[in-house]
Design a protein around this ligand. Structure first.
Ligand code: ADP
Ligand code: ASP
Ligand code: MG
Length: 419
């Protein structure tokens, strides 16, 4: 007998019938003799709806009030799931982030978990309850409600699994596991049975939104065995994400992903003196704005330019900071914004020491006449910035180039709504 943490995403709890199906999957795990903690997201597209609602009230909603609003979505689904479990004759109790004691830093809309209290969880488990916890939310030490960023329920689940030293954390979703790319884009894509924490972390960071990146980070840090599996086909084992010892067996490219949530900011005619980059990126960092790809041009006439990407959600704040805090460095009229970009990446631990992989990637994009605007690399990843409307074509070309397709359809037509 062990502790299993299960997480069900929005599509898995989208209506009362699906909530009953989830209750069955939870009870099935309990019946195996395990203690079960279930983490759930808001029903269906509730979070999108709440965001839209706020934007209808004001263009610039306050971040504290946004968290207050968005956290209600998960509170609805935990209560309904607890009721569904109880209606089958099992003991269940729902808990929101504050009731559990999911303590986060004091940042709204993308807070990190700093601690999870386990006393109440352990007490309820000991009393024979199945515990249903609201994902995506936490509370600061001062009692303010926070959220963890879109898709953050995965992170809630893994963090709870780590805190309880659970035997496994199962992320149930609307596809059968982790594929080499989004099966909605390449329907005949290979499924991955086992993937290392490192590769999954990079894939999640570069846009494979099947897992929230911080959930993989937490699983890796605490050694939580993590499974992505189907809510609808409970017997399928899905994909196991674990530490893998033998680096030699890796495929050169394990996966391809695109991130269309970034924008590029180009700062022209900057003074070519020591400290310019430190000042600019220092101001952004102070305001919690993460910068991703960066290139600086070669200087001429004592001037150079720097281009970098940030999350589209951070664009307005970034521009405000550059114009106000950095007005001595950045001149008005020298800030150029490109919103129509996508970052397309290939990831694979096997690309270490294989210099041909980057050239193959550029060739595959060139053959489709896709222009590369920026490039960045890490040990197990290569990313190219391309026009947004070319991102799906780029993914398809790269999957072909690196032999990631199969003869089988990952998704039977009609399984999923198109994106
Ligand atoms: P949930 O609501 O269960 O959290 P998400 O929509 O967040 O579900 O994540 C599941 C979706 O992730 C799938 O429907 C799929 O379209 C998408 N996805 C993107 N990249 C991948 C990948 N490499 N493997 C599997 N699914 C992926
Ligand atoms: N409900 C939140 C969202 O839609 C969190 C999650 O689903 O993981 O982003
Ligand atoms: Mg998700």
């Amino acid at each position: 007998m062990g502790i299993i943490v299960q997480k069900f995403g929005g599509t898995s709890v989208a209506d009362p019938q699906k909530i009953h199906n989830v209750a069955k999957a939870v009870i099935r795990e309990k019946e195996k003799g395990n203690d079960v903690v279930v983490v759930v997201s808001a029903m269906g597209h509730t979070t999108d709806y709440l965001i839209k609602l706020a934007k209808e009230v004001t263009n610039n909603p306050d971040s504290r009030e946004m968290d207050m609003l968005l956290s209600t979505g998960e509170q609805v689904s935990i209560a309904l799931l607890a009721m569904a479990i109880q209606s089958n004759g099992y003991k269940a109790v729902s808990m929101n982030g504050q009731q559990v004691g999911i303590i986060t830093e004091n940042i709204h809309s993308k807070a990190r978990i700093v601690d999870i209290k386990t006393e109440k969880l352990k007490k309820y488990l000991k009393e024979g309850n199945i515990i249903v916890v609201a994902g995506f939310q936490g509370v600061t030490p001062e009692g303010e409600i926070t959220t963890l960023g879109r898709g953050g329920s995965d992170t809630s689940a893994v963090a709870i699994a780590a805190a309880l030293k659970a035997d496994r954390c199962d992320i149930y979703t609307d596809v059968e596991g982790v594929y080499a790319t989004d099966p909605r884009i390449v329907p005949n894509i290979q499924k991955t049975d086992v993937i290392s924490y490192e590769e999954m972390l990079e894939l999640a960071r570069v846009g494979a939104n099947v897992l929230h990146p911080r959930s993989v980070e937490t699983a890796k840090q605490f050694g939580v065995p993590l499974r992505v599996r189907s809510s609808f086909k409970l017997n399928n084992l899905g994909t196991l994400i674990i530490g893998v010892e033998n680096m030699e067996i890796y495929k050169p490219v394990a996966g391809v992903a695109a991130d269309t949530s970034q924008v590029r900011i180009l700062l022209a005619n900057l003074p070519d003196i020591p400290g310019t980059a430190a000042k600019l990126f220092g101001s952004l960092a102070k305001n919690n704005i993460s910068v991703d790809m960066i290139i600086q041009s070669l200087a001429s006439n004592g001037k150079n330019s720097i281009a970098f990407t940030v999350d589209a959600d951070d664009l307005d704040s970034a521009i405000k900071i550059l114009k106000e805090d950095d007005k001595d460095t950045v001149k008005d009229g020298e800030i150029l914004i490109d919103k129509d970009i996508a970052k397309v990446s290939i990831v694979g631990a096997g690309m270490v020491d294989r210099p041909g992989i980057a050239a193959d990637m550029f060739k595959a994009l060139a053959e489709k006449d896709i222009n590369i605007k920026m490039i960045s690399t890490s040990e197990i990843k290569i990313s190219c910035l391309v026009d947004k409307d070319k991102s799906k074509e780029a993914i398809k070309a790269l999957c072909k180039e690196f032999n990631l397709e199969t003869n089988e359809m990952a998704i039977v037509k009609g399984d999923l709504p198109d994106v």
